[in-house]
Design a protein around this ligand. Structure first.
Ligand code: TYM
Length: 326
């Protein structure tokens, strides 16, 4: 049994990239691994958020995760801000990280280019992410490919801290899926599908109506050739459709390409596979969304469980650093 930790921001809507790259794998591993999953609300506020929207999104993302199959009795599911040790170890990781290495993070570069207000926390974001992971003696971090650099930094910080203060943290590794590690936007297949609102037709939301999903796939941008081939460099649109279909049907994108000679049937099959994959999630979500009190109870239960491990790690860290016990 490995200790697994991963998180998701309560920002925007949960999309197919989040689902295939991360959430689906969390659900699959909860019975074989010791799984801890977190709605990272402190990360979300690095970019200004409306409080009512943040509150609603935190509940909604929790409901999506439970609807996707995360069982709050089996895994640990909570909101980051409910466990104060995240912020506490986040500070210590800021003291461990160098400004230069934080500046090199591509997500910081991307976000600081477009954000109107660049908070200090946008720069130190990966230090908090490292804290999230290290608090739980995490061995595996199941994420999409866009988080690779952040997890590698968490690993570097853990190694650095251990060298300086003695063995304290377990060294984590990322677990990036072989297929659909980077689901691309259906309208702009050279960039990843994301929660930002600027490509509504290119982003398939897990709660989209089946008809909407079908339309988004029908209109997906491909290319002017007429050959179905898996070649992400030369044919990003077609390759993305093949990856999505492969991920949704547990197939292989290269082998699947041989079954198609035209783009239309590929789009139709990808849409159908995604609709079928999401159908049970959508049905369960409708039930959960009707009862926010139950969702708050789920988070409270998870936070109680998480605090035990997080508290023990912080006691160890304080001792190593020469800070008084609390
Ligand atoms: P977030 O909220 O952006 O995304 C949640 C998960 O979805 C994956 N993902 C994708 N996978 C494939 N294709 C895509 N287009 C795609 N878009 C997103 C992400 O890789 C992620 O696994 N910084 C993190 C949250 C975080 C975290 C952590 C993750 C905070 N602390 C500790 C792991 C461990 C983030 O913003 O994810």
């Amino acid at each position: 049994m490995a200790r697994v930790f991963s998180g998701i921001q309560p920002t925007g809507e949960v999309h197919l990239g989040n689902y295939l790259g991360a959430v689906r794998r969390w659900v699959a591993s909860q019975h074989t691994d010791e799984a801890i999953h977190c709605i990272v609300d402190l990360h979300a506020i690095t970019i200004p958020k409306d409080p009512a929207e943040l509150r609603a999104k935190t509940l909604e993302v929790t409901q999506v995760l439970v609807a996707a199959g995360l069982d709050p009795e089996v895994c640990t599911l909570f909101a980051q801000s409910q466990v104060a040790e995240h912020a506490e170890l986040g500070w210590i990781m800021e003291c461990t990280a160098a400004v230069g290495e934080l500046r090199r993070m591509t997500q910081f570069k991307d976000k600081s280019d477009t954000a109107g207000f660049v908070s200090a926390a946008l720069l130190t974001y990966p230090a908090l992410q490292a804290a999230d992971i290290l608090l739980y003696d995490t061995e595996k971090v199941p994420v999409g490919d866009d988080q690779r650099q952040h997890i590698e930094l968490a690993r570097d910080l853990a190694v650095r801290f251990n060298r300086r203060f003695g063995d304290t943290f377990v060294i984590p590794a990322h677990a990036i899926p072989p297929v659909a590690a980077r689901v691309m936007d259906l309208q702009a297949p050279e960039r990843k599908m994301s929660k930002s609102l600027d490509s509504p037709q290119g982003t398939v939301l897990v709660l989209d109506d089946p008809k909407v999903i079908e339309r988004k796939f029908t209109r997906a941008v491909t290319d002017s050739e007429a050959e179905v081939r898996y070649d992400p460099e030369a044919k990003p649109g077609v390759s993305n459709l093949l990856s999505i279909l492969a991920a949704a049907t547990d197939g292989d994108p290269v082998a699947l390409a041989e079954r198609y000679t035209r783009y239309g049937p590929l789009k139709a099959d990808a849409a159908e596979a995604v609709i079928e994959l999401l159908r049970p999630l959508q049905a369960r979500f409708a039930e959960l969304a009707a009862d926010p009190t139950q969702t708050n109870g789920i988070l409270a239960l998870g936070a109680d469980k998480a605090r035990k491990t997080a508290g023990a790690t912080m006691a160890r860290v304080r001792d190593r650093l020469g800070l008084p016990a609390v």
